[in-house]
Design a protein around this ligand. Structure first.
Ligand code: NAD
Length: 257
């Protein structure tokens, strides 16, 4: 079954990987619902631009992924969700004994619990439509750890676990659930980590990129948002019908180390 003409809801899709996935989807003929917690003219303009460029239906839906009710309302108000991409995410870097509780709670809510709430709301729609794809954007940090990112790593490991359970609960239906585990992709989220990491390690920007961030990425190259978009489309293709409950790493070899 082709994904063209289907509707994808992509959480956290006004920038970075989410926007990249939305562009890949739109280019392939998928209607898209963009989302973030803001409600600005720029947010709506992003959807209008996608619609104009690719001739698909695109709209922007404001919902704060830290709020369970808003997560569920995002899906329910869309009225249709063939493809759910759980992508919204934030980061905070600090040692465990200094990690602010409010940052821990926000990261667990946005990066992990939101995927539970949106999936719970989307599965009945996918079942009614007779087809569905859940694609969770986890991370290489859903499979391995690094210091100072306790909440992010706990949340991403949780997302990988949720993906497996979603797959088992839908295994005998035309629905799949998988997680993509990117290594470092140069997006605003990664840009924002550079100053903290520079402070943490006492290094300059280029050294942080080469010797800290990409140290564990053997390709020594950032992955691109287009590559994550292409991997998402593959998981939505017929070729991926029997791929469920697993992770696909797009990490330049990080998790092979
Ligand atoms: P980004 O900061 O560029 O984009 C994050 C998006 O989430 C934005 O659209 C932002 O508005 C939205 N968002 C933030 N808080 C939200 C909230 N409360 N409700 C709704 N939307 C919210 O980040 P990115 O690098 O594109 O990351 C996207 C996802 O990919 C995240 O889950 C991140 O953990 C994951 N990831 C990123 C990398 C990387 O290197 N960039 C690597 C692995 C995984």
């Amino acid at each position: 079954m082709s994904y063209a003409g289907k509707t994808a809801i992509i959480t956290g899709s006004t920038s970075g990987i989410g926007l990249g996935i939305a562009r890949s989807m739109a280019k392939a003929g998928v209607n898209v619902v963009l989302n973030s917690f803001t409600d600005s003219l720029e947010d709506h303009a992003l959807a209008e631009a996608l619609s104009a460029e690719f001739g698909i239906e695109a709209r922007y839906a404001q919902a704060d992924m830290s709020d369970p009710a808003q997560c569920r309302a995002l899906i329910e108000r869309a009225g249709r969700c063939d493809i759910l991409v759980n992508n919204a995410g934030i980061q905070h870097v600090a040692p465990i004994d200094e990690f602010p509780t409010d940052k821990w709670d926000a990261i667990i809510a946005i990066n992990m619990s939101s995927a539970f709430h949106t999936t719970a709301a989307a599965l009945p729609m996918m079942r009614a439509a007779g087809w569905g794809r859940v694609v969770n954007i986890a991370s290489a940090h859903g499979l391995t750890a690094s210091p100072y990112k306790s909440a992010y790593i706990a949340a991403k490991h949780g997302v990988v676990g949720l993906t497996k359970t979603t797959a088992l609960e839908t295994a005998q239906e035309p629905i799949t659930a998988n997680a993509i585990c990117p290594g470092y992709v140069l997006t605003p989220l990664v840009e924002a980590q550079i100053p903290d990491t520079m402070k943490e390690y006492g290094l300059g920007r280029e050294e942080v990129i080469r010797d800290v961030m990409l140290l564990r990425q053997p390709s020594r190259q950032f992955a691109t948002v287009e590559q994550i978009g292409g991997t998402t489309l593959f998981l939505c293709s017929d070729a991926a019908d029997q791929i469920t409950g697993t992770t696909i790493s797009v990490d330049g070899g990080w998790t092979a180390l």
